[in-house]
Design a protein around this ligand. Sequence first.
Ligand SMILES: [Zn+2]
Ligand SMILES: [Zn+2]
Length: 346
Amino acid sequence: MTTPWCGGCDPHSRADAEGQPCAACHPAAAPVADARRWCGQCHRRTRLTADGRRCQRCNPLAGRDDDPYRRRAWCGRCDKRDRMVRDAGGVHKCRACHPLGRPPAQWPMHDVPDGYTEQLMACEWLCYVSPTLRRTGSDRLRVLLQLWFDAGWTPRDVLYALDHLPTGETQPGEIPTAAADPRTTEAYVKRRLRGWLDGDDGPLPPVNRQIADKRRKVVAAQEAAREEWLRRSRVAVPPALSRGAAMARQVARDAAERNRRRRRAADDRELQRRGEELVAGQEASAHWRELLVREAQPHAEEPPPGVVPSTGEERLRAALSAPTQMISLPTIGESLRSRRPSPRPR
Ligand SMILES: [Zn+2]
Ligand SMILES: [Zn+2]
């Protein structure tokens, strides 16, 4: 912690009674001044002195315990078996002797740490949450991750990339144990992050940005679709007023009217045909009646000279085989006479 402890909060996490960052001295509330200029006497990138301790002159977190996770002797005030303190406030890790009893200031996992101090604080937090990474120490881890943080990666992206390939598959290979040599852990971090370099050895876009870009695209598409729908519903005319609907109704009405007219015309034609038939039938029967009446009167007609009068039967057959109009009056008269019971030729 570079800001002096205010005395009113937890000295290590700088959290107040509610667990919120102390407004007086938490780095998130009162940002830590960025790393001082390199003093020139320690390791330039890790700001560690030759004996591995944080350089008091230029390491922004020099005030914090160099190795907060080391095993400590039992303080005598907590539960000896699990180094937990059980009191009215519940159960929590003993600050004096639990290896994780002195958590660093929490770095938001979705925030990109900017600059030396923030990157170091983010690495402090990564070391706290990851037993594997803890072995490297936050100062060395910051050197390993600087390239990625500078490219806009968050601690969450780093953890994802250590477990996954850019394709989404699980990273192959072993994970060093929490007791592994720090150099093994450093090699592991380098090796796994190498898969996330592009052709120019620059970091690929972090997953958080890929997700955000995708979400932005989806939201934009939804927004565009909604706009289009609203625009259409604005220009849409209610069905009762729509020109197209009115036209369709008119067409349907016209078709119905045409059908009705066609049916009526057909009925009329049929009636007329029947009427004509009736009239024709009446005329024909009147004609026949007239003929019969006229035929009933006696008359004598001799066949012209040279013509042998045929018998009644023959003449009737000839008359019937001829067209109706050609039936001559004497023929019918004779046939009628021949059917009378009186003198009938055989
Ligand atoms: Zn220094
Ligand atoms: Zn204790």
